[in-house]
Design a protein around this ligand. Structure first.
Ligand SMILES: Cc1cc2nc3c(=O)[nH]c(=O)nc-3n(C[C@H](O)[C@H](O)[C@H](O)COP(=O)(O)OP(=O)(O)OC[C@H]3O[C@@H](n4cnc5c(N)ncnc54)[C@H](O)[C@@H]3O)c2cc1C
Length: 592
């Protein structure tokens, strides 16, 4: 029986990262992988999907895009990744691992397990690997798509996202089931290459886990790309036809297509891991409960530590998997480290893209995680992090009450070009919202951006940002300062004093931040004074207003030392906002 200091179960993003870091720290490490070393992200999810989206954006023909995808994913050959691990000192064992006792992992040889790889990918299979014992185990088996309850599904031509992203076929007519991040990305991608795409989403809007405006704007963008978007009706029955299939929705609609792409119902992969021998009871759809140190909750006291990272814990993004892997590795190496989930970005790489981070109004707030596989948003989408990750759940769509509140706010904002802070309730922190439209910035005007918009959510109790959602070109890039602000808990008053380059989308952030801090001074602002509930500085709440003012004064004082501060009006855009709005011809009705 081979003994290692650490055994890593699953060699995707999280597993490879844990193994490499821990080996680098001087431990002996075995990594057990049933499929491709590197997991989904590199071969069957993020990279091929983003490669195809970028090819579509460049206007490449499908064949060229597929060739580029093959280049990016290395032709599904993971031998280079396996070699990198070996060079890092990790022993790679090809096969399916199962925990048979605390600290013991048995491996079934790879040839008995499905390996979705081309020739070469399976070259390094181990022959009859022995059980691995007496080691802390790091579990990182990722997630998998669960079949939705549709009658006849097994009889029709259907793809999982992984199958679609490794197929050379471009279906003439395609139904995408699920309006979460992957469903939206794949809809736009196939529509851009000329497929006639119908997206079916049971919820009344796309991206159900995010604030309504994000999904509403995306629906406009996807329709402009030529896709047919069917919201609010569940698919119930599928039948094979001579040309492919017919999908029936509960509202009576029937849709014909050559193929169905399943982009809903992703869930943590917990089956077959042997978690019962650790005393863990798992049910389909649940995520592996972990502590802030990423140790599997309820496994202490067995003499061997068990850790977990990646989608199996309910996170839904590659960067979140890597972050947790860092935390696991640090703890295994004896450096106490806790994960902070307050600012894990959630991205949709459509055009325009969607970027969300932290808490959202009506969502589960900063104390929640992600991972209910039945939620169509549970692709690589929503997943508001919480400091304690126990039973991880995806942020739910707002309740009827919260939805009505949001609608009322949207109505109040109608016809204005300004951010309009509104205090909102909910189960998490009390949030104050400020909004801005990208079309009101010079960059948006130049780019003729009539859709882009952002919302910032500040914690009324602490005066720091708690979350944000933006829709716009490459939003992940220019919103990254918000991620930093949330994670570093920088007071809104300080953020409002940050200078953003002209002409950039950062100026929309500036507008919203100043509105939150109560320092905006645009022409439309005076009109809004009546409408809004209050800014952080105006609300009679625990806002550390004095602290904020002090900090603002400190910033100004610091600036005075570094360079004389020139008092100028906030920005050119705000003065020109009304003019620009007319010029761009923005119309809220476009997406409401
Ligand atoms: C279509 C799509 C697009 C996406 N796009 C993005 C994106 O743009 N950005 C982003 O951040 N995220 C994206 N994601 C999410 C991202 O792919 C995942 O968050 C990430 O891959 C999770 O990594 P992981 O290590 O937890 O799991 P995985 O990468 O799934 O790795 C788990 C590995 O464990 C192996 N395994 C499982 N069970 C066993 C066992 N018993 N024994 C041995 N091995 C086992 C599996 O074979 C697998 O290789 C996307 C997801 C999808 C579906």
């Amino acid at each position: 029986m081979a003994a290692f200091d650490v055994v890593v179960l699953g060699g995707g993003t999280a597993g490879v990262h844990v193994a490499t870091e821990v080996a680098g720290g001087g431990k002996t490490v075995a990594l057990v992988e049933a499929g491709l070393i590197g997991g989904e992200s590199a071969y069957l999810a993020c990279l091929p999907s983003n490669s195809l989206l970028l090819s579509a954006g460049r206007g490449e023909p499908w064949e060229d895009a597929v060739a580029r995808r093959a280049e990016v994913t290395g032709g599904l050959d993971d031998s280079a990744a396996a070699q990198r691990l070996s060079r890092a000192g990790v022993q790679v064992i090809r096969g399916t691992g199962r925990i048979t006792a605390p600290g013991t992992v048995e491996v079934t040889r790879a040839q008995d397990a499905p390996v979705p790889a081309a020739a070469g990918a399976t070259a390094r299979r181990a022959r009859g690997p022995p059980p691995l014992t007496n080691a802390p185990v790091s579990i990182a088996p990722g997630g998998a798509r669960a079949a939705p309850p549709i009658e006849g599904l097994s009889d029709i031509p259907a793809w999982t996202t992984a199958q679609s992203l490794s197929s050379p076929d471009l279906p003439r007519r395609l139904i995408v089931l699920g309006g979460g991040p992957a469903g939206c990305e794949l809809t736009q991608m196939y529509a851009s290459f000329g497929s006639q795409v119908t997206l079916v989403e049971a919820e009344p809007r796309l991206l159900p886990g995010e604030p309504a405006f994000a999904g509403e704007i995306l629906a406009v963008a996807l329709r402009r790309a030529g896709a047919d978007i069917r919201l609010g009706s569940r698919a119930t029955k599928a039948e094979r036809t001579a040309d492919g299939l017919t999908l029936a929705l509960e509202d009576g609609t029937r849709i014909d297509a050559a193929r169905l792409l399943l982009a809903s119902g992703r869930r943590p992969r917990l089956g077959g891991l042997g978690l019962d021998v650790l005393g863990l009871e798992v049910t389909p759809g649940m995520a592996l409960p972990t502590t802030t140190r990423c140790e599997v909750a309820g496994t202490g006291g067995q003499g061997v530590r068990v850790w977990a990272a990646g989608d199996v814990t309910g996170t839904t993004h590659t960067h979140a998997s890597r972050y947790q892997a860092d935390v696991v590795a640090a703890n295994i190496l004896g450096r106490h480290r806790e994960a902070d989930y307050s600012a894990i970005p959630r991205c949709v790489f459509t055009t325009p893209s969607v970027f969300a981070v932290g808490a959202i109004p009506g969502g589960a707030g900063v104390t929640t995680g992600a991972g209910d596989g039945d939620d169509p948003g549970a692709d690589h989408g929503p997943g508001n992090g919480g400091r304690t990750r126990r039973m991880l759940r995806i942020a739910r769509p707002p309740s009827a009450e919260a939805a009505a509140e949001a609608a009322a706010e949207a109505a109040a904002a109608e016809g204005t070009a300004e951010a309009s802070p509104v205090a909102q309730g909910g189960s998490g922190p009390r949030l104050v919202t400020a909004r801005a439209r990208l079309g009101d910035t010079a960059r948006g005007y130049l780019g003729q951006d009539d859709l882009g918009r952002l919302e910032l959510y500040a914690d009324a109790g602490t005066g720091v940002l708690a979350g944000a959602v933006a829709v716009g070109p490459d939003a992940a890039s220019w919103m990254s300062e918000v991620t930093l602000a949330i994670r570093a808990r920088i007071p809104v008053a300080v953020l409002a004093d940050v200078v953003h380059a002209f002409p950039t989308y950062g100026e929309a952030l500036q507008t919203a931040l100043r509105e939150l801090a109560g320092t905006g001074d645009s022409p439309a602002r005076a009109d809004q004074q009546e409408k809004r509930t209050g800014t952080l500085s105006e609300l009679d709440i625990e806002t550390p207003e004095d602290d904020a003012i002090e900090q603002r004064q400190e910033v100004i004082a610091d600036e005075a030392v570094a360079s004389p501060r020139r008092e100028v009006p906030f920005d050119v855009n705000e003065a020109d906002a009304a003019e620009q709005e007319r010029a761009v011809g923005f119309d809220d009705d476009d997406y409401r």
